[in-house]
Design a protein around this ligand. Sequence first.
Ligand SMILES: Cc1cc2nc3c(=O)[nH]c(=O)nc-3n(C[C@H](O)[C@H](O)[C@H](O)COP(=O)(O)O)c2cc1C
Length: 173
Amino acid sequence: MNDSFRARLRALPDFPEDLPSFDPAAAPGDPVELFRLWLEGALAAGVRQPHAFSLATADAGGRVSSRMLILKDIDDDGGWQFATSRASRKGGELAQNPNAAMNFYWPELGRQIRVAGDVVHLSAEASAADWDARPASDGSPNPTWQLYALKPREIEFWQARADRHHIRHQMAF
Ligand SMILES: Cc1cc2nc3c(=O)[nH]c(=O)nc-3n(C[C@H](O)[C@H](O)[C@H](O)COP(=O)(O)O)c2cc1C
């Protein structure tokens, strides 16, 4: 459609040359342990907001939407926690359809982590505590604020390689 724009996109830099190695056979078997290791590596490499991920949700008709969110915790029940308003689009979609998918991407390391499963609503107390812990919190409650946990059905750790033999480490539960 637009030759110069296409050329501009094609000329953009790819993954960096000095990518970290990743041997799934030597990695921790527990995906949460592996994620935490990778997160620390991302912080050490200067990745900004490595706890940011895109969350894809869908309404009852299967129409998909996505947006960026912040990971709040991975709890002892294996739930990957995030928080938002129940009155938001994603809040409405999650009420209709619990299926969701998270995607973390750290370009400096050529690493992507995909997590998909069902999302559950956590308690009003836990949601209020999350609201109160927000940096900009002025102490007034927000009754629509909701803490959610995604319970993984599948997780993939993906490592880019300079030779393009990218590594995919997949787990299903
Ligand atoms: C890096 C980043 C982190 C964000 N974190 C959150 C978050 O934790 N919770 C939230 O409700 N919105 C967060 N947002 C805003 C959402 O992306 C989105 O605009 C908003 O929640 C409305 O989404 P919806 O209309 O699809 O429900 C974040 C945006 C960015 C770019």
